[in-house]
Design a protein around this ligand. Structure first.
Ligand SMILES: Cc1cc2nc3c(=O)[nH]c(=O)nc-3n(C[C@H](O)[C@H](O)[C@H](O)COP(=O)(O)OP(=O)(O)OC[C@H]3O[C@@H](n4cnc5c(N)ncnc54)[C@H](O)[C@@H]3O)c2cc1C
Length: 408
């Protein structure tokens, strides 16, 4: 084995968070060396279109790249694609790559994202069952969809609903199976869930609520999905959209504190000095939600990368960004800011049948979260009100004729 390569910053994972960190470091004037390693074979690319536009058209990685190919060279960021970091030793500041090489780092940043969960019902190992996290996953699903008539989506979360909407646009027959009594039950209120369910039904999706999967059956590939109530769905392929698990294997093996994510402080420092964690894999203290949270959104990947860059630059900073997320389905965009879980009141504004509308969530009279459907101005104003911790006049808030920005 040769001598280790030396670098000031080793970023493990070149998804939204890892790429954003490398860019933020350069933007903020960091002149040291940066290695960005990724076990995927591609340059950093956007994930949101994977469940939307990519499945509709002819997929091309070039259209998804977060930065054009030359950017990384110009910015003097050394990208290792198809290169897995196999282990890190925070005590010695050394990382071992899958190809046997070693890297000596001053800082190591874990931006390892998450792994799409696999089904664990009988028949879960049949072919014809897909997951969607990476560009290569999308290619496989795209190929399978092109010759399929019927798709069964397991899980009424963001990914499942987005793929269902896209598959309907392709004219496929779509069934969605959800164990809870409503879609997106962990992320939003019943008002928004009902709107989403109505939209999916209006577009011809068959929703099977409060059903789990008893078994998936077929000779060698999935042909039927048996539900817990005895319903049998005939299908050509299955998409499992049942969430992700944070990719914490490296951190755990290195003895770094993890609990459903890599545990970090508000500067994204892990329990090991000189090791940070950002993006989907990091469980951080969140001022807007209270307690420790792991957020899965592009916005959070970028916000956490920004703070980590300051931490590396020796600036004293603390994460205080309002969580934000969006989802595109059919002809509507749902934008959400804040975390509504602790709300004790909510106000609905607009037309919940067809949109646009928003739902504003309050706690002790202060706005803590908003969901906005085809209402981008409401979303922007709502996000500002959340950041300010604003108390508002409830009667004016309930008057949809008064724009949210007028309440700021
Ligand atoms: C289909 C889809 C649609 C989405 N739509 C939206 C949306 O509409 N809006 C939104 O806000 N968010 C959306 N998201 C979520 C968003 O993409 C994620 O929150 C974001 O990608 C998180 O960035 P990350 O860098 O933390 O993780 P990732 O983007 O997952 O990147 C982590 C990278 O690290 C690599 N890696 C892991 N371990 C190692 C290792 N040991 N060595 C080297 N590399 C490693 C992984 O292969 C991966 O490439 C969507 C996600 C998916 C999958």
């Amino acid at each position: 084995m040769g001598k280790p390569t030396k670098t000031d910053v080793l970023i493990v994972g070149a998804g939204h968070a890892g790429a954003a960190l490398a860019c933020a470091l350069r933007r903020k004037g960091f002149a040291g060396s940066i290695i960005l390693s990724n076990d995927e074979a591609h340059l950093p690319y956007e994930r949101p279109p994977l469940s939307k536009a990519c499945l509709l058209g002819v997929p091309s990685i070039d259209k998804l790249l977060l930065r054009e190919q030359d950017f990384w060279k110009r910015a003097n960021i050394d990208i290792l694609t198809g290169c897995r970091v196999a282990a890190i030793d925070p005590g010695r500041n050394v990382a071992k790559l899958g190809n046997g090489r070693s890297i000596q780092f001053s800082w190591c940043v874990l931006a390892t994202g998450g792994r799409a969960r696999a089904l664990d019902c009988p028949g879960a190992d049949l072919s014809g069952i897909y997951r969607l996290r990476t560009f290569d996953d999308m290619l496989a699903l795209h190929d399978a969809l092109s010759s399929a008539e019927r798709l069964t989506v397991i899980g009424g979360g963001y990914i499942g609903l987005e793929v269902a909407a896209t598959a309907r646009a392709l004219g496929k027959q779509v069934d969605v199976v959800e164990t809870q009594s409503r879609v997106l039950s962990r992320s939003t209120s019943r008002v928004v869930s009902t709107f989403l369910e109505n939209e999916h039904r209006r577009h011809g999706v068959r929703l099977h609520m409060e059903r789990s999967i008893a078994a998936i059956e077929g000779e060698d590939r999935a042909l039927t999905v048996q539900l817990s109530d005895g319903t049998c769905l005939f299908t050509d392929l299955v998409l499992a959209g049942i969430g992700i698990d944070a990719e914490t294997a490296l951190a755990e093996a290195a003895g770094i504190a993890c609990h459903a994510g890599v545990l970090v402080d508000s500067a994204f420092r892990s329990s090991a000095p000189n090791v940070l964690a950002i993006g989907d894999c990091a469980r951080h203290p969140n001022d807007f939600a209270g307690g420790l949270w792991r957020l899965e959104s592009v916005q959070h990947a970028e916000d956490s990368a920004n703070i980590a860059a300051d931490t590396i630059l020796g600036r004293t900073v603390s994460y205080h960004d309002v969580p934000a997320f969006w989802s595109d389905q059919y002809d509507f965009r749902l934008q959400s800011a804040g975390i509504a879980r602790e709300a004790d009141d909510m106000v609905v504004r607009g037309d919940t049948e067809r949109g646009p509308f928003s739902v504003v969530y309050l706690r002790e009279g202060r706005i803590i979260a908003i969901d906005a459907v085809n209402a981008p101005r409401e979303f922007i104003a709502g996000r500002r009100l959340i950041a300010e911790g604003a108390s508002v006049d409830r009667d004016r808030l309930a008057d949809s004729g008064v724009p949210l920005r007028a309440l700021a």
